[in-house]
Write a protein that binds this ligand. Structure first.
Ligand code: CUA
Length: 334
């Protein structure tokens, strides 16, 4: 009888373990790794998952066996037998989980430390976040600025991060690493891309009305393509001359509707009406638009609250970029 019970419990446990393993393995819970760090994180994921599958199968198999075999008849309302614990069993169920939890802790600490190691001679990219856009600076390349994150493959890259307003969080899902950007604190993270391709950087910290739209394109290219890109960017003088590019990269469309840009944001005023709004404010459109970008709380469009539009675009955008944006929004040369 006892032997039969162990055989049946083991059988139920194996079936449950297989089912749960298939759920873990067949559903793509994690993106295909695109960095050294993500590969290590994936190892931790499997290490923890296999332990969890084992414990889950053990608990559920005993539960299922007990439900099937020790159910009381419908009319039976008597108390069950009184049991005074089992010291041996209690030692086992304390020591085994303790060992497993310590093992998970040690493996995680090793991976965390490896993922924080930038090795020798890492490349540094500065990241600036603000509601609701990302900007990247490549030191040593004439402080090249970009709104697209371009990285060379197989290179250790240290990101040094700063936020202009509230807490944001830097996360490229396929690369695993995630790091908060906190105003007033310099934070950093290391990523070593392992394959070329396009990815998306998303903000992973609720940071305001436009949080869900706070994304940036990410491109991993070969080392030679990266060198060519840097050269090309320096030659073109960045995005400063193209109002449409500034509009999209500064994240304006997240909050504003503007038909030429195809944006449908409804958080802030509709920019198709800037001429009429300028008239209401008693200003010429170009001056009104520039003022609204640099000092958004000075004149508020009717029905919109103060303090929603970030007040620091005057610092984060260059004079050239603001001029291009004004031209783009008013549809006229200044
Ligand atoms: Cu920035 Cu959410």
């Amino acid at each position: 009888m006892r032997r039969g019970a162990i055989v049946r419990i083991t059988g139920i446990g194996i079936v449950i373990a297989i089912l749960v393993f298939l759920v873990a393995y067949l559903i793509p819970w994690l993106p295909t790794p695109a960095s050294e760090q993500m590969k290590r994180i994936e190892h931790v994921y499997w290490f923890v998952t296999v332990i969890c599958i084992f414990i889950f199968a053990l608990v559920i198999s005993v539960l299922v066996y007990s439900v099937l075999n020790f159910r009381s008849p419908p009319e039976d309302e008597s108390d069950g037998p009184s049991i005074h614990g089992n010291t041996g069993l209690e030692i086992v169920w304390t020591v085994v989980p303790a060992i497993l939890v310590i093992a998970i802790g040690v493996v995680s600490a090793i991976v965390l430390s490896q993922n924080g190691n930038a090795g020798t001679n890492p490349m540094t990219i500065k990241v600036f976040a603000q509601q609701f856009s990302w900007r990247f600076e490549y030191p040593g390349s004439n402080n090249l600025k970009s709104y697209e994150l371009v990285m060379p493959v197989d290179r250790n890259i240290t990101f040094k991060m700063n936020s202009a307003d509230v807490i944001h969080s830097f996360w490229i899902p396929a690369m695993g690493q995630k790091q908060d950007l906190v105003p007033g604190i310099d934070t950093s993270i290391v990523i070593t891309p392992t394959r070329t391709g396009t990815f998306t950087l998303v903000c992973a910290e609720l940071c305001g009305l436009g949080h869900a739209t706070m994304r940036a394109p990410v491109r991993v290219v070969s080392q030679s393509d990266f060198a060519a890109w840097v050269k090309d960017q320096q030659g073109s003088g960045g995005t400063g001359t193209d109002g449409a590019a500034v509009f999209s990269s500064a994240g304006c469309g997240a909050c504003h509707t503007f038909t030429p840009a195809g944006s449908k944001g409804a958080v802030g005023p509709n920019l198709d009406n800037v001429a009429a709004d300028a008239k209401k404010a008693g200003e010429v459109p170009a001056a009104y638009v520039k003022e609204s970008i640099v000092d958004p709380n000075k004149v508020l469009a009717p029905g919109y609250a103060a303090g929603v539009m970030p007040g620091n675009f005057g610092d984060s955008l260059s004079a050239k970029e603001i001029a291009a944006l004004v031209t783009y929004l008013t549809g006229a040369k200044q």
